[in-house]
Design a protein around this ligand. Structure first.
Ligand SMILES: Nc1ncnc2c1ncn2[C@@H]1O[C@H](COP(=O)(O)OP(=O)(O)OP(=O)(O)O)[C@@H](O)[C@H]1O
Ligand SMILES: [Mg+2]
Length: 344
């Protein structure tokens, strides 16, 4: 059952014309451009956050998140940035950061009795001291988390044959070196979920590695624990998602060390860290529709086919209809998984 719709407090649109591009932009507006918004338009305009900036604070920016060091804690702000074909696109996607944050919170709570995690609280009314100037930007989209020493391995669980796994299987009959039975089709379920670690590359693609290689990097005891945890969490989440009409084909977890043990960190089981397929359209033997980024990929691929982009930076901005459709897909993923209405 969906909850009754209530409105997220509306905020003014702030546009920055000072060269670095808008900190907050209306969907589809060009980076660096200013737009005067009339009253009528403002009601319709949907704002999106491309990056945060706060004088006096050093920020570390990932592809999607801005990370502030609060001492013992981190403030992890999920912006509305979207990456596709390994490039961060200039057009932010309205609501995306809040969807990622609230979906991660849903899963942290869902797993709470089975897995210790880094989430202290989603920032809502009370913002951390010093963050008052950007309170409206960070509310609902940021998490106060325990600071950890990140285990430099992406812990991937795969239950279906897709992406780089399908490519390797066609060439060698294996996925990340794990032998699989012959005759599997693209996107077929695997006989059982497998653990396929990857390095956390500073730049460029993360690289798949064998379990033995992961043990050399992070230690056998740690990797054995993380492999078992990863597969247990994946199985549980996949069963849950299936009941809500989503095939969870694969996902990536990250873990971090603290003095009192290993915690599940980062984002959890979002469309950015996982392959979600709509179960009613799932059909092995072909590529599946990506739940969230299909419209973006189709649009960008068409540009590439016409020779107008080559999948390197800078990426082109997206048209309004692609931005809106993508935003809608993120929200749909949230609502399907949680069964809750997403307040826009
Ligand atoms: N509790 C935590 N302690 C320390 N680092 C964390 C914690 N949770 C998440 N991180 C790190 O914060 C970053 C999140 O930002 P984002 O998701 O935008 O990065 P990314 O582009 O995926 O980058 P990366 O390739 O470094 O993972 C990641 O580098 C992640 O490893
Ligand atoms: Mg990330």
């Amino acid at each position: 059952m969906l909850r009754k719709k209530t409105r997220w407090p509306s905020r003014r649109i702030i546009l920055d014309t000072a060269g670095t591009g808008p900190l907050v932009s209306t969907a589809g507006s060009e980076p660096g451009s200013a737009k005067i918004i009339t009253e009528g338009e403002e009601a319709m305009a949907i704002e999106a956050l491309r990056q945060t900036e706060l004088a006096g604070w050093k920020v570390r920016r990932g592809k999607v998140r801005d990370i502030y060091d609060l001492g013992d804690e981190l403030l992890i702000v999920a912006t509305d940035r979207l990456s596709a074909f390994d490039c961060v696109l200039p057009s932010p996607i309205p609501h995306k950061g809040r969807v990622l944050t609230l979906l991660s919170r849903f899963w942290f709570h869902y797993f709470a009795d089975r897995c210790r995690h880094h989430l202290i609280a989603v920032v809502d009314r009370d913002v951390p001291q010093g963050f008052e100037p950007i309170a409206d930007q960070i509310r609902g989209r940021s998490m106060r988390c325990r600071k950890t020493e990140v285990v430099p391995i992406e812990c991937v669980a795969r239950g279906y044959l897709a992406g780089s796994g399908w490519k390797e299987y066609q060439q060698r009959g294996t996925v990340c070196g794990i032998q699989l039975p012959p005759g599997l089709r693209q996107c077929d379920p695997l006989p059982e979920p497998i653990f396929t670690p990857a390095t956390k590359a500073e730049t460029g693609h993360d690289e798949n590695i064998s379990f033995e290689e992961a043990c050399r990097i992070a230690g056998r005891e740690t990797m054995t624990e993380l492999r078992d945890k990863t597969l247990t969490l994946y199985r549980d989440a996949a069963r849950y998602a299936k009941g809500r009409g989503i095939v969870l084909a694969d996902t990536k977890f990250e873990f971090g060390r603290t003095p009192d043990g290993i915690l599940l960190i980062d984002e959890v089981l979002t469309p950015d860290s996982s392959r979600f397929w709509p179960a009613d359209r799932y059909e092995p033997g072909r590529d599946q529709e990506s739940y969230d980024k299909q419209f973006v990929r189709n649009y960008l691929q068409a540009l590439c086919d016409r020779g107008e982009w080559d999948k390197t930076d800078p990426a082109p901005s997206l048209p309004q209809d692609v931005i809106q459709a993508t935003s809608g897909r993120y929200i749909e993923a949230y609502e399907r998984i949680t069964g809750e209405h997403f307040e826009t």
